[in-house]
Design a protein around this ligand. Structure first.
Ligand code: NAD
Length: 277
């Protein structure tokens, strides 16, 4: 139990070792910087060496203790190697954030590409990256948490897991699988290993980032019809920013949410709540 008389204890991540897959991406690099500045020790696992090098410079400038490890979340032995390297460097791991994920134009319907033509390999790619990547990393780090008796896993779902969005059937279904798996794993860990392991997810709303820029903006930067529709359907009237995710992630990984398990928290400016009428 946390001491409620000391509010600063609520969000304390000081000294916690936080491993982040896809950690050099737009959203997770923001998490890495904020959680690192709050005293967390950060392990970035990403495919892109270049993105990790850029992030590493920023983390060093901010005085954040960190390591970067080239890791493919679809290769289990890569994940095992990364876990061992983190343990060698920091001596423990407290939190896994499953951040690697995304969509691609080839798995997206458009006026030029019908549902009937979506190629199987593109659909498979989206499923693998979002679901299998989360599943495999949870196996590798979850086994360590089970041995240790505690740990937190944060998955990244999406608005389209609650209700599918038009054009992106593979990404919607893969994120629905991530939400479903979040609930499954939370229960499985508690029933079989420890009552002190928690598995939760965030479901970011519409943030303008690399993965969806082609859907939300035209080449001249103006909003597409879809971009306009989203803003009209977001009661708070704006796209989210990566920074909007931070306080919820800090809440979920800190002791302040110690009895919260198996939930998917929307961070969406009210999008999921609005029926459109
Ligand atoms: P991003 O593309 O900026 O970051 C993803 C990172 O994952 C990249 O650094 C990439 O190199 C890395 N990566 C890709 N394949 C990998 C693999 N096989 N192994 C390891 N790393 C790999 O994406 P983002 O916008 O920051 O999204 C992060 C997460 O949030 C994703 O799961 C995404 O689906 C989810 N999400 C994003 C939004 C949004 O609006 N951007 C909304 C909802 C959910």
């Amino acid at each position: 139990m946390i001491n409620v008389s000391k509010v600063e204890d609520y969000f304390n991540v000081e000294g916690k070792v936080i491993a982040i897959t896809g950690g050099a991406g737009v959203l997770c690099s923001e998490m890495a910087k904020s959680l690192g500045e709050a005293g967390g020790k950060i392990a970035i696992m990403d495919l892109s060496e270049k993105a990790m090098a850029m992030l590493s410079n920023e983390l060093t400038e901010k005085g954040v203790e960190h390591i970067t490890i080239e890791t493919n979340v679809l290769q289990k032995n890569d994940l095992v190697r990364a876990k061992d390297e983190i343990l060698k460097t920091f001596g423990k791991i407290d939190i896994l954030i499953n951040g690697a994920g995304g969509n691609k134009p080839e798995a997206t319907t458009s006026k030029d590409k019908s549902f009937f033509e979506l190629p199987e390999d593109a659909v498979q790619w989206v499923f693998n990256l979002n679901f299998l990547g989360t599943f495999l990393a949870s196996q590798v780090f979850g086994e360590y948490f089970a041995e240790k008796g505690y740990g937190e896993i944060i998955n990244i779902s999406s608005m389209n897991a609650f209700r599918p969005l038009t054009n992106i059937p593979a990404y919607s279904a893969a994120k629905a699988a991530v939400s479903n798996f979040t609930q499954w794993l939370a229960v499985h860990m508690n029933h079989n290993y420890s009552k002190k392991i928690r598995v939760n997810a965030i479901a970011p709303g519409f943030l303008l980032t690399n993965q969806n820029r082609f859907l939300l903006t035209n080449e001249d930067g103006s909003l597409t019809q879809r971009g306009n529709q989203i803003l009209n359907h977001t009661p708070m009237g704006r796209f989210g920013e990566p920074k909007d995710l931070i306080s919820t992630v800090m809440w979920l990984i800190s002791d302040s949410s110690e009895f919260v398990n198996g939930v998917v928290v929307p961070i969406d400016g009210g999008f999921a709540a609005y029926s459109g009428v």
